[in-house]
Design a protein around this ligand. Structure first.
Ligand SMILES: [Fe+2]
Ligand SMILES: [Fe+2]
Ligand SMILES: [Fe+2]
Length: 326
């Protein structure tokens, strides 16, 4: 993570927001990866904020979603200020032990809290930005406390050495597992690609809201598919990963950092072939899976993607009908 302390010019403000954005993209993904690498309903902790006994895995996913909203907020403000939001991400890491992932999650929360809270704004220069940065920073403070409580509970239970799921060698070779991994990559790419357009068209609610809905659908598909992978004896993969001798996985590019389309027509045009590719992959995968819950879930995703295709084709046709729309 880069550093910037003194915020005087518009350029400084955009730089701070983009540094934060690259962090937020990474952690929104990293936390969900960490969550989907641990068992459901096994590690419980007393949540210091909600005062409830909470599943560490479920809450880690929730925190990941908070980070996605931070990304969106930052991207929209950067665009409004005339800047270009970055889609690069900070590094994403997965350790073999659950505890080490939680330790990293707390560390990244503290690091970004420091970025937000140590920014020194020239008095009166960007009051709303300063306010937003402070507001986000207290979400991070809350997250940090939650991760700390999760670790404390795991220590108390003697679960410090509990391991993340590992793919079994047999599962990795299965055609349906490989196909689901490809689908996961596309879902992740599409969820972020839609978010880029949500940010790009944020000055008008119609297009922006419609595209946001599709992004959320892809996020949910990614999320459900991660659970399906566990049922298939596998675990969610990180793209472009390097694994060291201790089994620590690191990726500097866990998702694409560029997405096609820079205006309404070019953006809408890219979505149709992308949705078609994804739909075809689901159709193929469904033929490989036996009848049951997994197949039904995949059919649901397929159905929603067909719906996206319908919507996107009309959004494009309608945009082409109107002269002077950008
Ligand atoms: Fe955040
Ligand atoms: Fe956070
Ligand atoms: Fe879709």
């Amino acid at each position: 993570m880069d550093k910037i302390k003194r915020i005087e010019t518009q350029e400084d403000a955009i730089k701070l927001l983009n540094i934060a954005l690259e962090h937020e993209w990474a952690v929104s993904f990293e936390y969900t990866i960490h969550a989907y690498s641990m068992p459901k309903g096994k590690f419980w902790y007393e949540d210091p904020v909600m005062k409830n006994t909470t599943d560490a895995r479920a809450q880690t996913i929730q925190i990941g979603i908070d980070e996605m909203y931070h990304s969106l907020q930052l991207g929209i403000i950067i665009t409004q200020m005339g800047g270009t939001p970055s889609f690069k991400t900070d590094e994403v890491v997965r350790f073999p032990r659950i505890m080490d992932n939680l330790k990293r999650d707390k560390m990244t929360e503290d690091m970004v809290t420091n970025l937000y809270q140590s920014a020194e704004f020239k008095e009166g220069a960007f009051p709303k930005i300063q306010n937003m940065v402070l507001n986000i920073s207290y979400d991070e403070v809350r997250h940090s406390e939650q991760f700390a409580a999760m670790m404390e509970a795991m220590k108390k239970e003697g679960a410090e050495d509990a391991l993340c799921f590992k793919p079994s060698p047999e599962s990795t070779e299965k055609e349906e597992v490989q196909s689901l991994h490809e689908i996961m990559q596309l879902e992740n790419e599409l969820l972020h690609r839609y978010l880029k357009y949500v940010i790009l068209f944020s000055e008008h609610q119609d297009l922006s809201q419609r595209l946001f809905k599709n992004s959320i659908d892809h996020m949910r598909h990614w999320d459900k598919n991660s659970g399906i992978l566990i049922k298939m004896g596998d675990v969610v993969q990180i793209e472009n990963v390097e694994t060291n001798a201790e089994g620590v996985e690191k990726s500097l590019k866990p998702m694409p950092d560029l997405y096609p389309g820079d205006d309404r027509l070019s953006a809408l045009e890219t979505l149709i072939p992308a949705e078609e590719t994804l739909t075809a992959k689901y159709e193929k995968l469904i033929t490989l899976v036996e009848d049951g819950d997994i197949k039904e879930q995949l059919k649901l995703h397929l159905g929603q993607n067909r719906e996206h295709l319908f919507t996107q084709e009309w959004l494009l046709k309608n945009a082409r009908k109107i002269k002077g729309i950008d």
